[in-house]
Design a protein around this ligand. Structure first.
Ligand SMILES: Nc1ncnc2c1ncn2[C@@H]1O[C@H](COP(=O)(O)OP(=O)(O)OP(=O)(O)O)[C@@H](O)[C@H]1O
Ligand SMILES: [Mg+2]
Length: 251
């Protein structure tokens, strides 16, 4: 087991006065890949937005501990500097900022050090190659005119360039064709190390063929109702979430 990275303790979260997370627990250590599955509206995106510090979501009780520090009250940029990265379920178009410009800005903000431009460009070129993006993407405006799959692959470029300790991918694989899913899993595998951890939210087990998870969690009605190994994915694919719903009702 690797070093402790993230510990979510009995967290309750509300948005617009509705309780969405209702006592959720999750522990992630370095070197681990965690998958979160669960029906639409279960609270998966809420969970990861709360980890990232999205201002819409209010923690009413419970703690988020990152590297032994309680981060409940830190702002999103402070969490990013601590090494937390979230790839969005629906990346937005940002006219006026190029892919490279965003990455340079984010890298400087996170490390607090000036960028060595030649080395940075070389590194970006390598990452673009892994994701099979043409070099010209670096100078395009962020996500503007990108296809759905290109937006998702671009999120992986951001992850690789920012090198976070905790990378959270919220349905990065949805809308990707079979080859793109393979390219993305290759990128994630390249990124994976004993010094970082990955949380993947997905509805599709295709991405898990190349990316073996250490733990699979089922989130239902704002809680983790079951944690297992990779075989849990097959169980869900075969039987759906029905049996877990019943178990949750009876618990
Ligand atoms: N900002 C918000 N204001 C009000 N309700 C919200 C807000 N964000 C999420 N919710 C509600 O919380 C519930 C959980 O939403 P969430 O986006 O976390 O689900 P999810 O598990 O990611 O679902 P999906 O698989 O469809 O992406 C939903 O009922 C949603 O409508
Ligand atoms: Mg979601």
């Amino acid at each position: 087991m690797g070093e402790k990275l993230l510990d979510i303790k009995d967290i309750h979260v509300e948005a617009e006065g509705n309780e969405i997370l209702k006592g959720l627990n999750l522990k992630v250590n370095k070197g681990e890949v965690h998958v979160i599955m669960g029906p639409n509206g279960a609270g998966k995106s809420t969970l990861v937005n709360v980890i990232m510090g999205h201002p819409k979501y209010k923690i009413t009780s419970g703690d988020i501990i990152f590297e032994d520090e309680r981060i409940n009250d830190l702002k999103t940029d402070e969490r990013a500097r601590k090494g937390i990265f979230l790839s969005f379920q629906s990346p937005e178009e940002v006219p006026g900022i190029t892919v490279e410009g965003l990455l340079r800005g984010a890298r400087t903000a996170i490390t607090g050090k000036p960028i060595k431009l030649m080395a940075f460009r070389k590194e970006l070129k390598e990452k673009l190659e892994v994701l099979q993006f043409d070099e010209s993407y670096a100078s395009r405006y962020l996500n503007v005119g990108f296809s759905g799959g290109e937006k998702k692959k671009n999120e992986i470029i951001q992850m690789m360039m920012l090198n976070p300790k905790l990378a959270i991918l919220d349905e990065t694989d949805s809308g990707l064709d079979v080859d793109a899913v393979k390219i993305v899993s290759k990128g994630v595998n390249k990124f994976k190390s004993n010094d970082n951890a990955i949380i993947i939210i997905t509805h599709n087990s295709k991405i898990l063929e190349d990316l073996r998870p250490d733990f699979v969690h089922i989130v239902l009605n704002g809680k983790v109702v079951k944690t297992g190994d990779a075989s849990l994915v097959d169980e869900i694919n075969n039987n759906g979430f029905g049996e877990f719903k019943e178990a949750a009702l009876n618990s």
